[in-house]
Design a protein around this ligand. Structure first.
Ligand code: THU
Length: 160
């Protein structure tokens, strides 16, 4: 029997070890947690993307009394960025979260649905997205894009 071993490379670093460019996107994601509408979960998530045209777009989770009608920070941000700048690839995506106790010390990973949308965004522009998961104590940098977080993923290639 053959075996497939899948590996994911994640760099772990402190906030101070991030490059100035990465800190800018991370800081936008952290700031975006203040605009979160998380009245039900009290879990404030912020996301930010740096686009190829230099623009940084940020967004946050937006909840709804009919729970599934809400949307995560990552998809709010990506959909807004892609709808405003449909010709500009997403280069970097940062995610941060905060509760009533303050910023989370550990990195916040994107949910499955958001991973699928990140994958579609990579495919759409043909560019790997650098993903930075911010935590106050330590952050994760995923340089290889969404495939590292979602191996064996379904994308448009299977429809051809
Ligand atoms: N949430 C995000 O915005 N992004 C994630 O990656 C995980 C979860 C939101 C959805 C919901 O508003 C709240 O966090 C609790 O699940």
């Amino acid at each position: 029997m053959k075996e497939i071993v899948l590996q994911t490379k994640i760099k772990v670093c402190s906030y101070n070890e991030l490059s100035a460019d990465d800190r800018e996107v991370v800081d936008a994601a952290r700031a975006a947690t203040s605009n979160s509408y998380a009245v039900y979960s009290k879990f404030n998530v912020g996301a930010a993307v740096r686009l190829k045209n230099g623009v940084i777009v940020k967004g946050s989770n937006q909840e709804n009394a009919a729970y599934p009608s809400g949307l995560c920070a990552e998809r709010t941000t990506l959909f807004w960025a892609n709808s405003q700048y449909p010709d500009s690839a997403v280069l970097t995506l940062a995610i941060a979260a905060r509760t009533e106790k303050g910023e989370l010390p550990v990195p916040i990973p994107p949910c499955g649905a958001c991973r699928q949308v990140i994958l579609e965004t990579e495919k759409r522009f043909g560019e790997t997205i650098k993903i930075i998961l911010y935590g106050a104590k330590e952050s994760y940098i995923i340089e290889d894009g969404i495939k590292a977080l979602m191996p064996l993923s379904f994308d448009s290639e299977f429809l051809e």
